[in-house]
Ligand binder design. Structure first.
Ligand SMILES: NC(=O)C1=CN([C@@H]2O[C@H](COP(=O)(O)OP(=O)(O)OC[C@H]3O[C@@H](n4cnc5c(N)ncnc54)[C@H](OP(=O)(O)O)[C@@H]3O)[C@@H](O)[C@H]2O)C=CC1
Ligand SMILES: CC(C)(CO)C(=O)C(=O)O
Length: 321
């Protein structure tokens, strides 16, 4: 299959590598001028959890192919669109007239209504998913991170289409195990408020890397996410459909904060992922916190803990989102 990874970000790279390993023909679309900047190979240092319980370290220079333009008559079968949530509208607008016959896998965080988030992308050609991988590029250009065996796919209230099933099969054949989320919109939003809690605290300390093992700060992160659950209800989400996911925030934090502290320091795939989120200038964490707080204000939902954390993610010089 011909697969185009949109952008050369963390998630596009990790899954692009796994899909190429499975025999697919993988290319990256990057903005004009970027390919020369990126060079011909990507330095990977990954913990690949697909085949072994303790994972397999992958340290290699992966030669890649870039393209800087995309004509609508291209012959890609699949385009993987994985960009920060605040860049999705712009990326979808670029892709909409160029999608051709391809299926587009929208693969990342979304805080808007999903169909609205993809603008003019033809919804019948779209599949929805979420990576179970994570990491970051270091200052040395090396991509460090983890690739888990599971990967999330979701639908918005109807069974998967043939195209959606075909995407799951491609991932399955790459050694990944698809997990279904039938109320994907709800799952995305719960995940988003979980991220908001973690990032609000990570930003206070400098980055998510510093949050690993910090029980007290993780407790505050969980409490922020807990106070955001009413915001999801105010948005019309039925939390009863997501009891298991909500449990992490509702359970006593003396227990969950300790468990998270232990996981982030002692369980290699989680530790490696957190350690790799070391960039104090990363923009998406700030965007996630700002967008959640803006929505809470808009809907009149009280979120005093997130309000108190606002200086950590406010736009420079304003003190406000
Ligand atoms: N990183 C992680 O650990 C995890 C990330 N996610 C989610 O996955 C998604 C992707 O994250 P991640 O891979 O970290 O993101 P990155 O910031 O690493 O990568 C995004 C890539 O998309 C490119 N891009 C964005 N907009 C455009 C555009 N309009 N035209 C061309 N290229 C564009 C960027 O290029 P340029 O630099 O030129 O802007 C960049 O290469 C997000 O939703 C994130 O929340 C989920 C779980 C873990
Ligand atoms: C958990 C975290 C914050 C780090 O990988 C993340 O980015 C995600 O799962 O969305």
């Amino acid at each position: 299959m011909k697969i185009l990874m949109f952008g050369r970000g963390v998630i596009a790279t990790v899954y692009g590598w796994a899909l190429q390993q499975a025999g697919h023909d993988v290319e990256f679309y990057v903005r004009p001028g970027r390919s020369a900047m990126y060079g011909e190979a990507i330095d990977l240092d990954l913990l690949d959890m697909r085949h072994r319980v303790r994972g397999q370290r992958v340290a290699q220079k992966w030669p890649v192919r870039y393209r800087e333009e995309l004509e609508p008559d291209h012959d890609f079968d699949l385009i993987v669109l994985s960009v920060p949530h605040h860049r999705l509208t712009e990326a979808a607008a670029f892709l909409a007239p160029r999608v051709g016959q391809a299926t587009v896998l929208v693969f990342g965080n979304i805080w808007a209504e999903p169909p609205a988030a993809i603008g003019a992308l033809p919804v019948e050609q779209v599949a929805w998913g979420f990576p179970q991988a994570g990491g970051g590029f270091g200052e040395d250009g090396v991509l460090r991170g983890t690739l888990l065996r599971s990967v999330i796919f979701g639908t918005l209230g109807r069974p998967p289409t043939d195209r959606e099933r075909a995407v799951r099969q491609v991932f399955r054949e790459a050694g990944l195990r698809p997990r279904e989320q039938p109320d994907f919109r709800g799952w995305l939003w719960i995940h988003f408020v979980a991220n908001a809690g973690l990032h609000a605290q990570g930003l206070r300390l400098g980055s998510l890397a510093k949050l690993a093992g910090a029980t007290g700060d993780l407790r505050e992160a969980l409490l922020i996410s807990r106070e955001l659950l009413p915001l999801l209800e105010a948005r019309g989400l039925d939390l009863r459909r997501h009891r298991r996911d909500g449990l992490l925030f509702r359970a006593p934090t003396w227990l969950t904060a300790r468990a998270l502290a232990w996981l982030t320091t002692h369980v290699a795939p989680v530790r490696v992922n957190f350690e790799a989120h070391s960039d104090p200038e990363a923009q998406e964490p700030r965007g996630i916190c700002r967008d959640v707080l803006a929505e809470a204000r808009q809907l009149g939902v009280a979120v005093p803990r997130l309000e108190a954390a606002e200086p950590n993610f406010a736009r420079e010089g304003t003190g406000r989102v």
